[in-house]
Design a protein around this ligand. Structure first.
Ligand SMILES: *Cc1c(COP(=O)(O)O)cnc(C)c1O
Length: 349
């Protein structure tokens, strides 16, 4: 029986076409700059994002850290969302490894940072303070797409304040597909952009950092220092190329499936879900607190996996189709019917 894993879009398995591309990849030593497939991936990604250069790295965590370190020195500061992956979910890497101080601010409901609040957080040039150097955004943020008009405003703002701009674009392609624009139209407003190949794009490993040649040269140096200099990495890069060439347009299916899931679940009265809030491949569902664990166990027994907590994130991806979505909706419906029946029996007894 097929496992339906909605915990994340990182769980995708490489397709047979992707595996064939990996097996056929030409390789060389990438630390010497001699892996033709890594070089091809880097120029493909840079071209798609409209940047001069790109760097293939093992993870999005490393890509974001390199992005921050390409802008900031020891004693500098970056402004970032309180719930941003780059701040909250990367082990404090910028502070731990880069001696770069984060200044987190709450995201607005739409995933943006309010620019007046950002302006108020920029430190004066004074030896009491870290030097504010960089503003980081995330797109998509919790499945939400940042409005293009906002990106243009952020760009002007950052230039006016002498700040660099980094985008954690782990799901940049989801944003572009939803907005029906080329990724370069989003990337254009940022100096450095990190993109995950290993999320909805379906590669087993890898991210790319895209930026100016100067930023990438700096990042390449730090990548080696961090232990991210890989050798015959072309077998992995081939998966990334395959993903960029074959798995971008199909993200629209993931978005449609997320909408279908939210719509289906909204008919179950015990759940709280807002179908209109679904923009890309993530659905957030509030479960009744007392029944959340029982529901998770019930679903797991039916080969359906969802995240932890009572506000659960459900993510659609390459390995989930509309049929799977319908199976999940009916399994969740069944659970609440069975639960109500067992409660009724208990009270009757
Ligand atoms: C997954 C993710 C990353 C990077 O994650 P890795 O697991 O290190 O590849 C960065 N930012 C966001 C928003 C993510 O979802």
């Amino acid at each position: 029986m097929k496992e339906i894993d909605l915990r994340s879009d990182t769980v995708t398995r490489p397709t047979s076409g992707m595996r064939a591309a990996m097996a056929a990849a030409d390789v060389g030593d990438d630390v010497y700059g001699e892996d033709p497939t890594v070089n091809r991936l880097e120029s493909l990604a840079a071209g798609m994002l409209g940047k001069e250069a790109a760097l293939f790295v093992p993870t999005g965590t490393q890509s974001n850290l390199l992005g921050v370190m390409a802008h900031c020195e020891r004693g500098d500061e970056y402004i970032v969302g309180q719930q941003a992956h780059t701040y909250k979910y990367e082990g404090g890497g910028a502070a731990v490894l880069g001696s770069i101080q984060p200044q987190p601010l709450e995201f607005e409901a739409d995933g943006t940072l309010d620019l007046e609040r950002v302006a108020a957080a920029i430190k004066p040039d004074d030896s009491h303070f870290a030097r504010t150097r960089l503003l980081c955004l995330e797109n998509t943020q919790g499945g939400k797409v940042l409005p293009l008009a906002y990106l243009e405003r952020v760009h002007a703002f950052a230039r006016a304040h002498g700040l660099g701009l980094h985008l954690d674009g782990a799901r940049l392609f989801n944003a572009a597909v939803e907005q029906k624009v080329a990724v370069r139209e989003i990337a254009h407003w940022f100096d450095t952009v990190s993109v995950c190949l290993s999320k909805g794009l379906g590669a087993p490993v890898g991210s790319v950092l895209c930026a100016s040649a100067a930023h990438i040269a700096k990042a390449r140096r730090w990548r080696k220092v961090l232990g991210g200099g890989m050798r015959q990495a072309g077998v992995l890069a081939a998966a990334g190329i395959y993903a960029l060439e074959n798995h971008v347009e199909r993200l629209a299916q993931d978005h449609a499936n997320a909408g279908r899931l939210a719509h289906g679940l909204s008919a179950i009265s015990e759940l709280r879900v807002e179908p209109r809030a679904v923009q890309t491949n993530m659905v957030f569902v509030d479960l009744p607190a007392q029944r959340a664990d029982a529901l998770r166990t019930f679903l797991h027994a039916r080969n359906v996996r969802i995240g932890s907590g009572t506000r659960v994130r459900m993510v659609t991806h390459l390995d989930i189709d509309a049929h799977d979505v319908d199976a999940v909706v009916s399994a969740m419906g069944e659970f609440f019917v069975a639960y109500a029946a067992s409660r009724a029996a208990l009270h009757a007894g």
